[in-house]
Ligand binder design. Structure first.
Ligand code: PEP
Length: 253
């Protein structure tokens, strides 16, 4: 039984006035008794404001974390600092960080470990580029991105991981993967987890991200191996995000 989780990724968007109005619209659109877990991953500097200004149902997350505990790492933010601000989730290994900041599988796994050690859940993003898919590299790429987690994290730590399958070609393009593509990749990712830990494979949440929006949420969130969504663009509009949450499947209904 896996409870769905709907996660917003605000990226580096907004100014104070926009964040304020986004919080207000989220509070109107998200109901306290939503059936899925819900959280928004916001720019570091607004974490505290969002925490104080959204309804309790909406959990808080960040979009990155340092792989170090503390010290001379100018500009970095540690996991314990995020925990101090009541963050419950941290995104690690988003494709933008892998591409623009050269984050490796090893580094992503280390960041996940730090987040979990501080008591948060790590949302580990995985996904292939279009070239990798076209060259038949999809399974090799995903296997490497997932298997590293088993090398770096303990069995207990792995329970705090959410895997976000985000095909790079679907992020921010308006072109989501088809339901067939999504189900088949999610099933494949679960099979990779099964090889290392059969029990974990049954409970780990694998969410889909990549142009998820109100018009395709119902179909994609209903798929057997989809346990929620990671939403970029559509999470910047309270009404759209609320509509997506309403399409989450409820395992107890
Ligand atoms: C993302 O950046 O994680 C994402 C899924 O973006 P979008 O929903 O805009 O494709």
């Amino acid at each position: 039984m896996r409870k769905q989780v709907i996660l917003g990724n605000w990226k580096m968007n907004g100014n104070f006035a926009e964040i304020k109005s986004l919080c207000e619209s989220l509070n109107r659109a998200v109901s306290d008794d939503a059936k899925a877990d819900v959280a928004v991953c916001v720019p570091f500097v607004y974490v505290d404001y969002v925490r104080a200004n959204v309804i309790k149902k909406i959990g808080l997350g960040a979009q990155n974390v340092s792989e170090h505990d503390n010290g001379a790492y100018t500009g970095e933010i540690s996991a314990s600092m995020l925990k101090d601000l009541s963050c419950e989730y941290v995104i690690v290994g988003h494709s933008e960080r892998r591409t623009l900041f050269q984050e490796s599988n090893q580094l992503v796994a280390k960041k996940a470990k730090k987040a979990i050690a501080s008591g948060m859940k790590a949302i580990v993003c995985v996904g292939e580029t279009l070239a990798e898919r076209n060259e038949g590299e999809l399974e090799r790429v995903l296997t490497a991105q997932v298997e590293i987690l088993f090398d770096v994290l303990s069995e207990k730590e792995l329970e705090e991981v959410i895997i976000a399958y985000e095909p790079v070609w679907a992020i921010g393009t308006g072109l989501a993967a088809t339901p067939e593509q999504v189900q088949s990749v999610h099933k494949f990712i679960r099979s990779v987890v099964t090889k290392s830990n059969e029990l974990l494979a049954k409970s780990i949440r694998i969410v889909y991200g990549g142009s998820l929006k109100p018009s395709n949420a119902k179909t994609l969130l209903a798929l057997e191996d989809v346990d929620g969504g990671l939403i970029g663009g559509a999470s910047l509009k309270g009404e759209d995000f609320g509509e997506i949450i309403n399409q989450a499947k409820c395992i107890t209904c």
